[in-house]
Design a protein around this ligand. Structure first.
Ligand SMILES: [Mg+2]
Length: 304
């Protein structure tokens, strides 16, 4: 079994934060099983290291999942960066009011779903392109396509800030569609199963927002690790200090501009545990020297 972290702090004494994609990463791509990561997750919980899901899933899907995974004390990012869920310890006393019954404050980081849907219909008609949004798919089709149970599939359709869709047209049509959406300030990103249309936000911008929030509340810079398997994880993998690309089941290239990058041998949750052990195992690898480079959205940043 791979070694797992020995300390909540990195060798430089910084508190650790872990950001993770769910489908195909912490959860198995086919069966949504996470048992190969169970020991590692339990150890991180014992150490008090926040494990923060950063997913294309909806809030309604993530809330029960984080209970099952035992990570309710950590915040989460849903719908590819469109919204953040903050537990009390991550809330700013003045800025974050209006907690729901479960104690979570929800912050919208992108664009309202109503506007996104309106623009999707406009571009479909104007360009004459074919696609099916998740909200248009018959429930049976969604169940068959995703492997989710029927109740889970219902939760997956409760979108608040992004719309997944299946593209059924040419690459050329896709390029024109993307261009149209960009003119509206919307983004089109590739996930493991669907294309996702969101506001001007992505997993990387949401993770940067949370890191900033952590620093503001705690007064210390964390050491950050992120794990993901899909192209939509690239901005997140480029935003953190250390990253893991988990071997995917989708055949899509995932090549973040990240000098401290590890590629797992195993897929899904086994690759997840392998990646955490690689960076935070007993040997505690340090990332390389500080380098400057451009991230995918063109912003300059520094990797320690
Ligand atoms: Mg994934």
């Amino acid at each position: 079994m791979p070694s797992i972290p020995a300390s909540p702090l990195d060798p430089a004494g910084r508190p650790r934060l872990l950001f993770t994609d769910l489908d195909g990463s912490l959860l198995d791509h086919h069966g949504y099983d996470w048992s190969p990561a169970r020991d590692c997750l339990a150890r991180l919980k014992e150490l008090g290291v926040p494990v923060i899901p950063v997913t294309s899933k909806t809030r309604s899907e993530v809330v029960p999942l984080r209970r099952e995974l035992g990570i309710e004390e950590a915040p989460f990012i849903a719908e590819n960066g469109a919204l953040a869920g903050l537990p009390p310890a991550w809330c700013h006393a003045r800025l974050d009011r209006g907690a729901a019954a479960d104690g979570l404050v929800i912050r919208t980081l992108g664009v309202d779903i109503g506007l996104i849907r309106k623009r999707l219909w406009v571009w479909r008609e104007r360009l004459g392109v074919r696609f099916t949004t998740m909200s248009e798919m018959p429930l049976d089709d969604l169940v068959a396509f995703t492997g989710l149970s029927e109740p889970q599939a219902r939760l997956a359709r409760l979108r608040e800030g992004s719309e997944p869709l299946l593209w059924e047209d040419s690459d050329d049509g896709l390029a024109r569609f993307r261009e149209g959406l960009e003119g509206d300030g919307l983004r089109l990103v590739r996930g493991g199963r669907f294309w996702h249309v969101t506001g001007d936000c992505h997993k990387g911008s949401a993770v940067a927002w949370l890191i900033e929030r952590f620093q503001a509340l705690r007064g210390s810079r964390p050491q950050t690790l992120a794990l993901g398997d899909g192209p939509n994880d690239i901005p997140m993998l480029e935003t953190v200090d250390q990253a893991v690309v988990i071997r995917g089941c989708h055949g899509l290239a995932v090549s973040p501009k990240q000098p401290a990058l590890y590629r797992s041998e195993a897929t899904g949750p086994a690759g997840w545990a392998e990646g955490v052990a690689h960076w935070w195992g007993r040997a505690d690898r340090r990332p390389g020297p500080a380098v400057r480079h451009a991230s995918s959205d063109g912003a300059r940043r520094e990797t320690a």
